[in-house]
Each structure stands twice: as C-alpha cells, then as structure tokens.
Write a protein that binds this ligand. Structure first.
Ligand code: F6P
Length: 326
C-alpha cells in the first residue's frame, strides 16, 4: 500500500512524508520523508515501515490541536487502518474538513462498505495452516484441539479458517451458541466413530451456557479506543469441553502470529490496488473518501460509511458452515 501510494505520488512530482506511529506521529510531529529507496523491496514485508500505535488524538490532552496543526503542513493524509484509525479520520474530515483519504486495513475484515480489508487474507491463511497442523496431533492422540483466533467482535477469521480447515465446531461472537451445544456436536462426532475434533473459537465469542449465563473472557484494561483486551477464551472453553465430554482437550492461542510474516499474494495485490486508488483520490482532492473493494472493482466510498457499523458475519454464512459441524 505504502509502496503504491508513494510511487504514484513521486511520479506525480509530490513529496511524500511518512507519519511515524500512526496518529501519535501527528501529535508528536514525528515524520520522515519517504523516498523511492525507502519503499524499494517492501512488497513481501508484513507490518509497516512507518510503524504504528493505538493512539486516539481525541483522547490525548491537546491531541486534537496538535493533530490539526500537523495536518496544516500536509496537502493530504492517507490513513491506513481499521474502525478506530479510520473512525478518527472520518471525524477529522466531518468536523475539521481534514484532507484525508482512507484505506481499509485490518485482519478483522470488519469494516463496512468494502468486501475485504487487506491483512485479512494473510491472517486467514495463517489460521488455516495452523488448523491443518493441529489435525496431526488431534488425529494421532485422539484429542480435541481448540484453536483461538483473533477478530475482536467479528468472526470472519474464525468462520472462514474453520471452513477452510474443516473444523468440527466454530464459535464466533455473532452466534449465541452454548457450551452445551458445542459439546453435543463433539460428542455426536465421536459417536459417529471419529476420535478427534477441531474447535475454532474467536477471541470475542462469549462463553455461554444453556441457562443464559454469559461471560466475555478478556485481560485487564482497555486500549485507547476503549476496546477490552481480548484473549483467553480458548483455554476456558478447552477446560469446559474436557470436563463435560471427558475427551482429552488442548488449546492453541494463535495471537499475534496471525498478524505476522509475509503477506499473501492476494493481500499484496489488494493493498497495491487500494494504494493506487488512494493516490488517485488525493490527486482529485476527493477527501473523506476511502478506497474500497466491491466485487472485483476498487471504488471510492465515504470513510464515514465504512466506520458507521461493524461488518459482522452474516447468519446465512454461519448456517452454511454449520451444516458440516459435528
Ligand atoms: O483489530 C485487530 C486486532 O488484531 C484484533 O483482532 C485483536 O483483538 C487486537 O487487534 C489485538 O490488539 P493488540 O495488538 O493491541 O493486542
């Protein structure tokens, strides 16, 4: 993405400034010029050469004033991120007429107004490969293997990796499946002669019982945007499964492994196409717009539409996957 925007802008005769550490870079005025040499060879690299942070300029004292002051030195700002980062961009544009253009990037794939975000395909591939690998131990040791994946309040990574990897149960935040139901699926499978099961659980799935009792498993504190630090549901669920079914159960929490390493070819192409569109939007002065994927086309949509509501997994898609559970 950064490579595509920078190359187009340099060809256009512009100077490109990399803002370091996301919104924090504008608040602290930490920027550096990006030259052709800086973007050379970065296509296969994960992460970002301009670093990032979870900073909300509206929550930092004096943050908004400093952000607007830094923005005044720029002709345009290309904002790359998910609901939080782009939520700030939408507000800066709506309330301060900031010259921002958005690009949808998150492994969670939960932005509206675009079919896919970049980063998602890479995380999905890693999760699928992990599930494939977990099959070896599951089959050899007759175990239930629980794999916890990210996705916050959207179950895209869990459901699609579960479908791709042939999981026997997939638990996602959008679907109120109970522990008892999940255990029932595993038991049915074992009655049918299978000695192992794979369970994929999304970090944002609430532990839920038939009694109606629920529990969101999260760590201490919240991030700058008020999101609970998720993670840990897999271990709790594994304990429940083992205790209720009597089947030996192990857990793997993929965590940030899903966000690392070299991007897939699909993500590289998508990010490049988004970058080219973002450059075009900047050249046209189409601020407040975001590059989005619709079908196979890259189009412009208001950033505000992308962050208006979370794009969650549709019930029909879960229902399709569910026909192969248990
Ligand atoms: O939003 C992307 C995401 O990877 C979520 O899937 C996850 O809950 C969160 O970020 C993890 O955040 P951090 O890297 O701050 O722990």
């Amino acid at each position: 993405m950064i490579r595509a925007v920078t190359r187009r802008a340099l060809d256009h005769g512009d100077t490109v400034t990399g803002v370091l550490h996301g919104w924090r870079g504008l608040i602290e005025n930490t920027t550096r010029e990006l030259t052709a040499a800086d973007i050379s060879g970065i296509l296969p690299r994960g992460g970002t050469i301009v670093r990032t942070s979870r900073t909300n300029p509206f929550k930092v004292e004096g943050g908004l004033v400093r952000t607007l002051a830094a923005l005044a030195d720029l002709d345009a700002l290309v904002v790359i991120g998910g609901e939080d980062t782009l939520g700030v961009a939408a507000r800066l544009h709506a309330e301060h007429d900031a010259p921002v253009v958005g690009v949808p990037k998150t492994i969670d794939n939960d932005l509206s107004a675009t079919d896919y975000t970049f980063g998602f395909d890479t995380a999905l591939s890693i999760a699928t490969e992990a599930i494939d690998r977990l099959h070896s131990t599951a089959e050899s040791h007759d175990r239930v293997m629980v794999c916890e994946v990210m996705g916050r309040h959207a179950g895209w990574i869990a459901l699609l990796s579960g479908m791709a990897g042939g999981a026997d149960v997939v638990l996602i935040p959008e679907q109120p499946v109970s522990v008892e139901h999940a255990c029932g699926l595993i038991e049915r499978r074992h009655r049918r002669g299978k000695d192992f099961s794979i369970v994929v659980v999304s970090e944002g799935w609430e532990l839920r019982y038939d009694s109606g009792e629920t529990q969101l498993v999260s760590g201490a504190g919240a991030d700058a945007f008020g999101h609970a630090r998720l993670g840990g549901i897999g271990a709790v669920l594994a304990g429940e499964i083992e205790q209720r079914t009597g089947f030996e159960t192990r857990v793997t929490q993929l965590g940030h492994v899903q966000r690392g390493g070299s991007p897939t070819a699909h993500d590289r192409v998508l990010a490049t196409r988004f970058g080219l569109k973002a450059a075009e939007l900047v050249f046209d002065g189409s601020f407040g717009q975001m590059a989005a994927l619709r079908g196979n086309d890259i189009v412009a949509v208001p950033i505000a539409d992308a962050v208006a509501s979370l794009k969650t997994v549709p019930a029909e898609l879960y229902a399709q996957a569910e026909t192969l559970f248990g």
